[in-house]
Design a protein around this ligand. Structure first.
Ligand code: DGT
Ligand code: MG
Ligand code: MG
Ligand code: MG
Ligand code: MG
Length: 270
């Protein structure tokens, strides 16, 4: 069939297929969630409803996209790691990123009321942005997740200390900030323990370390790019096996350690 005279406009499209044989990492982040969390009265510093809703939305993304091996969530963000060999949308960046962001966002709204049971739907439509980053080897992938988890740890310890000073200690936000200025992790742990009777390390792991979603499957020989081949949680299953939340009990994966020194651990080859 002859091409229509309009078809040349297709040539204006950008070829954004990503490099082959490297890890594709997609991270989404809530737009203006400082305001969104305030408007919706999120508990400070962690609202378990919000976290569980984020985890549910991420699970929807993993259930839809088989090539995601692992996901990590904290605060208003989620990171999704695709297998090196993924050929989803011929690795076209805009297709992959937009699909992840769109599905995550619609699931966040769709399941909202299952978690925020006293509010039928969000007071305004939440927005998430997304980006893809390519990582050539497990070293960078491991360091990427260590980086995000270190961020979780640092922010959560700060926020826990800050809100203890404000909500229990009666300080103004400004005074609380001044009080924390120049303190290190040890100082904050000490302060929480002695002044607020809080053993930081006993707070829920999901708050301190973030959430990890793993795909349940036995990795085949050809899946050499998998970085999670030896976890005890993995069970026999197919590629489309369901996702397991590794929250309170197993928030770490190889290379995804946490605590005061989150950057450690090794990643094993399949
Ligand atoms: P952005 O990403 O540049 O559009 O700006 P934001 O406002 O989304 O800032 P971001 O992503 O750096 O930080 C996430 C914000 O969301 C931060 O203000 C804390 C808030 N947030 C996330 N989870 C919770 C929660 O469970 N409870 C409360 N109270 N706030 C939360
Ligand atoms: Mg941001
Ligand atoms: Mg944000
Ligand atoms: Mg964020
Ligand atoms: Mg179409």
């Amino acid at each position: 069939m002859a091409k229509s005279k309009y078809e040349y406009v297709k040539e204006f499209e950008t070829d954004d297929r990503m490099l082959r044989n490297v890890y594709v990492l997609v991270r989404i982040d809530g737009k203006g969630f400082h305001k969104f969390s305030q408007t919706h009265d999120f508990a400070k510093p962690n609202d378990v409803r919000g976290i569980n809703l984020m985890n549910h939305a991420a699970r929807c993304v993993m259930n839809e996209l088989d090539d995601i091996l692992l996901a990590f969530g904290e605060s208003d963000e989620y990171s999704f790691l695709f297998r090196k060999s993924t050929d989803l949308y011929q690795r076209r960046e805009s297709k992959i990123v937009s699909t992840v962001v769109s599905l995550f966002t619609s699931a966040y709204v769709y399941y909202w009321n299952d978690y925020f049971t006293d509010l039928k739907r969000p007071l305004y439509p939440p927005v998430f942005d997304g980006r893809a980053v390519l990582y050539p080897s497990e070293v960078e992938v491991k360091d990427y997740f260590a980086w995000r988890q270190a961020d979780t740890h640092i922010n959560n310890l700060f926020n826990t200390s800050f809100w203890a000073l404000v909500e229990e200690g009666g300080l103004t936000p400004k005074a609380a900030e001044a009080r924390l200025c120049g303190t290190d992790s040890k100082d904050k742990n000490e302060m929480l323990f002695t002044e607020f009777n809080t053993n930081y390390s006993k707070l829920p792991a999901m708050y301190r370390k973030g959430s990890v979603l793993l795909r349940e499957q036995i990795l085949k020989d050809e899946d050499k790019d998998a970085i999670i081949p030896t976890l005890p949680e993995t069970l026999p299953g197919s590629k489309s096996a369901k996702v397991v939340p590794a929250l309170d009990t197993a928030t770490t994966v190889p290379g995804l350690q946490s605590g005061p020194d989150p950057i450690s651990g090794s990643v094993s080859e399949a």
